[in-house]
Design a protein around this ligand. Structure first.
Ligand code: 4AD
Ligand code: MG
Length: 490
């Protein structure tokens, strides 16, 4: 009987049986008359055991001389082994080489550490290593969960164009190109302006696609091409937008913990930090009952934890700042966040003072996020340094009805959003004040000419979320082929 072809991910269902795997030789260790190959097949890795005496001579010799990343099929018996990372090992019976790597030209990525530039230059091969594969699996779940959240909450996906005639997020980071004879086109920076149009047509919409920014600085958080998911909702105001962002993030974290504990282990992520996102606050001052929505997404870990009052770690949240409902992400106004930084500076906890009226720098964001276990929602920034389309706060028109969500542990801004200006006159004035070409925005002004309503939305960068949830210090590992200031190869 021929052994069934299976994958490593599901190999536990075949304990005690002979199975065939199709994949690559990931690693090989020899110890006298024993070989310890590690195979990978895209779904995981498994160690094989090959005693010289137990297999035909040619199997032992072929494997012993095989170069890493040669492709092969391997047949063997599945044996449970509690010490193995996957819980199983394979007693190899036979192998068949599909394509042998030339020993004169071995696989360039070795198990020992290589420099980042070398790895990025060989990104097409680096992707094969378990950690990078694990990251891409988590990324796929983040993207699926993000779309799923909107799909299951009655949002209609409407895809905006990639080639656009106008800027959305400022003109300094535009990729410009010739568009036939006399026209210029720009790669989109955000689908927002277009989904404002579809929101006024359909009510609740979202877009999900690549966006582009000619970021001229090298940072750990910026790519020139990244994926953004953006909801836009008619009749939604700032408070509702914060609620939406919170529920959306909670859903994504829940799905990642549900499906990727093994991957997160490979990546080396401390999952207790992610469990804390879903945990009720130990010092919540009011309601302790989770909202209906929250009840649905309680993870097993969380319900186990909530039974044990000792298990909940005390947060270092200063009670004067927001978060009054159990389980809620803290909400801070720009003014409150500034006051927090001011206090920290006076207490010698941060090096540089934050100047009121300025945007937060990345050390500021890191300090603020370090005060909480959960993402922090900072709202009502000064309008002066925010985008032209943001609705002013009626209580203080120098502030915008906007929100930035900062990930915990210093991973920075993951979401930016706002309520949009709904007045025709004000929007027109803002376009002029920002020196944007009025002609290119006539269609956008039409949205305020014909049945304008309050509406709001946000954008979440997928790569920032992958970096945060996987605990990566650079966004270059969060996307299969990162585009940055100085890299467009491979
Ligand atoms: O804050 P941003 O610029 O907001 C917008 O583009 C709005 N038009 C979105 C909206 O309201 N519909 O970008 C949104 C998010 C950021 O919070 C960040 O997560 C991500 O997009 N982002 C980047 N990610 C990687 N590399 C870059 N260069 C990024 N720029 C923004
Ligand atoms: Mg932003």
């Amino acid at each position: 009987a021929t052994a069934p072809i299976v994958t490593i991910a599901t190999i536990g269902q075949h304990e005690g049986q002979s199975v065939t795997l199709r994949g690559w030789l990931y690693n090989l260790r020899a110890s006298g008359k024993l070989l310890f190959p590690i195979f990978r097949d895209g779904t995981g890795t498994i160690q094989g055991i090959v005693p010289k005496a137990a297999v035909p001579e040619h199997v032992f010799e072929t494997l012993k001389n095989l170069q890493l990343e040669s492709s092969l099929t391997v047949t063997g018996k599945v044996r449970a082994d509690s010490r193995a990372p996957s819980g199983y090992e394979l007693d190899v019976e036979d192998i068949h080489v599909i394509s042998a790597v030339d020993p004169a030209n071995p696989f360039p990525i070795q198990l020992k550490e290589a420099g980042v530039d070398f790895l990025m230059e060989h990104r097409h091969l680096w992707l094969r290593t378990p950690r990078q594969s694990a990251i891409l699996r988590v990324r796929a779940t983040i993207m699926r969960a993000a779309a799923e959240y909107f799909d299951t909450n009655s949002f209609i996906r409407t895809d905006p164009p990639i080639l656009t005639p106008n800027a959305c997020e400022g003109t300094s980071e535009l990729f410009e190109m010739d568009y036939f004879d006399d026209d210029k086109a720009y790669l989109t920076q955000s689908g927002q302006l277009y989904i404002e149009a579809t929101a006024l047509a359909l009510g609740k919409v979202y877009s999900f696609g690549p966006t582009f920014r000619a970021e001229k600085s090298k940072t750990r958080r910026h790519l020139t091409e990244f994926w953004m998911i953006e909801p836009e909702v008619a009749f939604l105001e700032l408070d509702g937008l914060l609620e939406l962002a919170e529920n959306f993030i909670t859903h994504i974290v829940t799905r990642v913990l549900e499906h990727h504990r093994a991957d997160l282990k490979v990546i080396g992520r401390d999952v207790t930090k992610l469990e804390a996102i879903l945990a009720p606050d130990s010092d919540a001052t009011t309601s302790t009952a989770p909202t209906e929505n929250k009840a649905v997404i309680l993870s097993e870990a969380q319900s186990a934890q909530s039974k044990d009052p000792e298990a909940a770690s005390p947060t270092h949240t200063t009670p004067t700042f927001s978060a009054t409902k159990s389980n809620r992400f803290p909400r801070l106004s720009y003014d409150e966040a500034h006051a927090m930084l001011d206090e920290a500076y006076k207490a010698g906890k941060i090096e540089n003072p934050h100047k009121y009226g300025d945007d937060f720098g990345s050390p500021d964001e890191t300090y603020i996020s370090s005060q909480f276990d959960k993402p922090v929602m900072i709202h009502r920034y000064p309008a002066a340094f925010k985008a032209f389309y943001m609705q002013p706060d009626p209580l203080d028109p120098t502030k915008a009805l906007c929100v930035d969500v900062l990930a915990p542990e210093g991973y920075g801004e993951i979401i930016g959003g706002s309520q949009r200006i709904d007045s025709y006159d004000l929007l027109k004035r803002r376009i002029e004040d920002h020196n944007l070409p009025l002609a290119a925005f006539q269609w956008y002004l039409d949205l305020r000419r014909y049945g304008s309503v309050p509406h709001a939305g946000f954008g979440m960068g997928i790569e920032r979320v992958v970096a945060w949830l996987c605990g990566l210090d650079h966004v270059r590992e969060t996307i299969p082929f990162a585009r940055t200031l100085n890299r467009i190869y491979p």
